[in-house]
Design a protein around this ligand. Structure first.
Ligand SMILES: [Zn+2]
Ligand SMILES: [Zn+2]
Length: 374
C-alpha cells in the first residue's frame, strides 16, 4: 500500500479507526485531519450527511467556496500577469494573452483555436495518452477542447463569466454541450443538470447556476454544477491530508513507544485546527489556460491524475516544527501529562494556521505555475 493509503485513518486498524472516530465525534468536528465521504457516520467511519453539506466543518468543497467568495479579488480582479496592476475583468487578460479574439466577420468575441494550449500542446498530450492506452488521448482531446471552447466561449460573451458569486444570463442555445469529462478522459454532457439548475427569466433568457457552487448544497438556490463550471477547478488543501499524515503523524520519532501516529493524533484531536477549514483551502483552476489568465496555479492539468506528490513532498520541512512541537508535548513529565497535551494542542493549532497562511501567501505571490502529478 502507498504511504497515502497506510496513513489514512480509514485504512488503519479497526481499533485505531474507532478511537479516532470517537475523538472526532466528541470534539464536534472542530479538529480533523482526514477526508470523508458523503453519507451517514458510523463507529467505523465519519461521513458528511445530507442536510449538513453547507455547515459541516469537514466539507472541504463547501469551505473552499466560502474561502473563494471571501476574497473575490483573487479570482475577479487579480493583477494582470507581468504587471502589478489589477485587471478590470478576466476577459481583458484572456484577450491580452490571445485566448479570446475578435471574430471580425461576425463582429463578436470568440475563443481562439490557435493557441498553444488548444493546438500543439493539447495534441502532444493526447498523443502521449494514446500511447499509454489506445483511444484515451482521442477521447481526452475531444473533452478537453469541449471544455476549453465552452469556458472561454462564456468569457467571450460575458466579461464576468468566471467571477466568483456570478450567475451568467444565457440563452438555451448556450446550455447545449456543457462538457465535463469522466475519469476515463471521455466527454460527459451536462446539459440536463444545467437545465435543471438554471432559472428562467425574461423571454428566452435563463439565469445560469451560480459559479463554482456544488450540487451537494442544502439550499437549491445555492446549488451549482461543481467541478466543471465555469472552468474546470479543484479545491486544493494548502496542507494536503496525505502530507500531514505522512510527515507529522508518521514522521520520524526518537521514541516510538511515546511518540507515534496515534499519540500524535490524540494531540491534534485536542486542538482546533481542521484540515478542511477555509484557512487551508484554495480554489484553483485545473487547466493551464485559466491558470495563465487568472495568474493562479494550475492544479494537476490535462487530466493527469489526482495527486501532486512533488508538491506534498516539499512540505516535509515546513511541517517539521509542528512535529517537534507535538512530540515535545508528549515527552513532558508524567506528573502533568494532561496539561502538557492541552498546551501542545493549542500551540499546534496556532502553528498550523500560520503555516497555512504562509503557504497561501506564497501561492498568491507566485501566480501561475503548474502543480504537477506524480
Ligand atoms: Zn472531519
Ligand atoms: Zn491539491
Amino acid at each position: 500500500m502507498s504511504a497515502k493509503k497506510v496513513n489514512d485513518p480509514d485504512n488503519r486498524h479497526i481499533d485505531e479507526r474507532k478511537f479516532l472516530i470517537e475523538l472526532h465525534k466528541k470534539s464536534g468536528g472542530k479538529p480533523c485531519f482526514w477526508k470523508h465521504e458523503y453519507g451517514t457516520s458510523s463507529d467505523e467511519c465519519i461521513a458528511i450527511p445530507k442536510g449538513e453539506y453547507d455547515t459541516h466543518a469537514c466539507h472541504y468543497r463547501a469551505n473552499g467556496i466560502k474561502r473563494a467568495e471571501s476574497e473575490p479579488e483573487v479570482y475577479n480582479t487579480r493583477r494582470i500577469p507581468g504587471t502589478g496592476e489589477a485587471r478590470s475583468d478576466n476577459r481583458e487578460v484572456a484577450m491580452k494573452l490571445g485566448f479570446i479574439v475578435m471574430d471580425t466577420a461576425r463582429r463578436k468575441y470568440t475563443f481562439s483555436r490557435e493557441t498553444h494550449e488548444y493546438t500543439t500542446l493539447a495534441e502532444d498530450i493526447a498523443a502521449r495518452k494514446n500511447k499509454s492506452e489506445a483511444g484515451k488521448g482521442t477521447r481526452f482531446l475531444d473533452a478537453y477542447r469541449g471544455r476549453y471552447g465552452k469556458s472561454l466561449g462564456w468569457l467571450a460573451k460575458d466579461r464576468h463569466a468566471w467571477d466568483v458569486k456570478h450567475r451568467m444570463t444565457l440563452d438555451p442555445q448556450d446550455f447545449k454541450q456543457v462538457y465535463g469529462a469522466t475519469k476515463n478522459n471521455a466527454l460527459t454532457d451536462y446539459d440536463d443538470a444545467f437545465r435543471e439548475l438554471a432559472t428562467p427569466i425574461v423571454d428566452k433568457a435563463q439565469l445560469a447556476p451560480i459559479n463554482f457552487h456544488i450540487p451537494q448544497s442544502d439550499n437549491p438556490a445555492m446549488q451549482g454544477l461543481g467541478k466543471w463550471f465555469p472552468y474546470e477547478h479543484d479545491h486544493h488543501h494548502m496542507i494536503p491530508a496525505s502530507a500531514f499524515q505522512e510527515f507529522v503523524l508518521n514522521g520520524p520519532s526518537t521514541d516510538p513507544s511515546i511518540m507515534n501516529y496515534m499519540s500524535r493524533a490524540r494531540i491534534v484531536m485536542q486542538g482546533t485546527w481542521n484540515i478542511h477549514n477555509p484557512d487551508n483551502m484554495i480554489l484553483l483552476p485545473n487547466e493551464v489556460y485559466p491558470g495563465r489568465i487568472l495568474d493562479l496555479a494550475a492544479h494537476i492539468p490535462w487530466q493527469m491524475g489526482a495527486d501532486h506528490k512533488p508538491y506534498s513532498r516539499e512540505l516535509e520541512s515546513a511541517l517539521e516544527p509542528v512535529l517537534k512541537l507535538i512530540d515535545a508535548g508528549l515527552k513532558q513529565t508524567p506528573e502533568t501529562p494532561h496539561d502538557a497535551e492541552e498546551t501542545a494542542a493549542a500551540d499546534f493549532s496556532q502553528a498550523m494556521k500560520r503555516i497555512c497562511d504562509k503557504q497561501r501567501a506564497k501561492f498568491l505571490k507566485k501566480g501561475f505555475f503548474v502543480l504537477e502529478p506524480r
